[in-house]
Design a protein around this ligand. Structure first.
Ligand code: NAP
Length: 220
C-alpha cells in the first residue's frame, strides 16, 4: 500500500487525505501545530491514517503534498523530500502571503519557488485551481463524458505521469500545462482558476491566460 504524506491539513490537505484513503492509500497528515491537533481528522479518516510531524509526513510519503500558505514554503524540510515527487497545491495571495517581489514582477512562478527550495525533489503543480469542497464531489470514473479535468505542470515527465495517474484514480482527467514555468497559466485570476472545466475547455483556458501585467495594462 502506498503512502501519501501531507504537509498541511487544512481545506485542501484534509480533502486530499479523504480522497487518498478512499482510494486505498495510507496517509500521514501534518500541520504547523503538531499531530495532537489532528486527532479528529485522523479518527474520521480511519485506520489507514495517522498524524505526524511535518518531518514524519515528509519521510513517510511515497508522494508528498505541500498544501500550506505560500509564505511558509521555506519551512518545508528539504532533506526528507530529496528524490521524491512533491505535489504543490499552493497559490499566491499577497494579502495572506505578503508581497513576494519575484511573483509580483512575474519573473518566476509559485511552483518554481517550491522547486528552488526543494532542488532534489520532483515538484509537480496540481490541485491548485479546484475549490477544496469540489475535490470530493466532482470526481467521476475514467471515461465519463465531460469529466472534470485538472491541470498539472512539472519539469520531470515521470513525476508528472505518476501524478496524472493519481489524479485519474481520484476521478479527474488531467491537462499538462508543460514545465513548472508555465504554471502561471492556471494561477489566480486566470480563466481556468476555479470553475469546473473539461480537458478541452481547460486547454483553451490555458491558451487564453494572460500575465497580470498584460491584464492590468488592458484594464488601464
Ligand atoms: N482552499 C481552497 O479551496 C484551495 C484550493 C486550491 C489551492 N489552495 C491553496 O492550497 C494551499 C492550502 O490551502 P488551504 O485552503 O488548505 O489552507 P488552510 O485551510 O489555511 O490550511 C493550511 C494548512 O497548512 C498548515 N500549515 C501552515 N503553515 C505550515 C507550516 N509551516 N508547516 C506545516 N504546515 C503548515 C496549517 O496548519 P495549522 O492549522 O496547524 O497552522 C493548515 O493545516 C494554499 O496555498 C492555498 O492557496 C487552496
Amino acid at each position: 500500500m502506498k503512502t501519501i504524506g501531507l504537509i498541511g491539513a487544512g481545506h485542501i490537505g484534509s480533502q486530499l487525505a479523504r480522497l487518498a484513503v478512499s482510494h486505498g492509500y495510507r496517509v500521514v497528515v501534518s500541520n504547523s501545530r503538531g499531530p495532537e491537533t489532528l486527532k479528529e481528522l485522523v479518527a474520521e479518516l480511519g485506520p489507514n491514517a495517522q498524524a505526524g510531524s511535518v518531518d514524519e509526513a515528509a519521510r513517510a510519503g511515497d508522494i508528498v503534498v505541500v498544501t500550506i500558505p505560500l509564505k511558509n514554503i521555506n519551512s518545508v524540510p528539504a532533506a526528507p523530500l530529496a528524490g521524491k515527487i512533491v505535489i504543490d497545491t499552493n497559490n499566491y495571495y499577497p494579502q495572506r502571503d505578503g508581497h513576494i517581489a519575484e511573483l509580483d514582477n512575474e519573473s518566476t512562478t509559485t511552483s518554481e519557488l517550491l522547486q528552488r527550495h526543494l532542488p532534489k525533489s520532483k515538484v509537480v503543480k496540481a490541485f491548485n485551481h479546484i475549490y477544496a469542497a469540489a475535490l470530493t464531489t466532482d470526481g467521476q470514473p475514467a471515461g465519463t463524458k465531460n469529466r472534470r479535468a485538472l491541470v498539472i505542470a512539472g519539469d520531470d515527465p515521470s513525476a508528472k505521469q505518476a501524478v496524472a495517474q493519481l489524479i485519474d484514480e481520484f476521478g479527474f482527467d488531467t491537462v499538462d500545462a508543460g514545465p513548472l514555468k508555465e504554471g502561471w497559466r492556471i494561477q489566480r485570476d486566470t480563466p481556468g482558476y476555479g470553475p469546473r472545466r473539461t480537458a478541452e475547455e481547460l486547454r483553451k483556458d490555458l491558451q487564453s491566460a494572460r500575465r497580470y501585467a498584460e491584464m492590468s495594462a488592458h484594464k488601464a
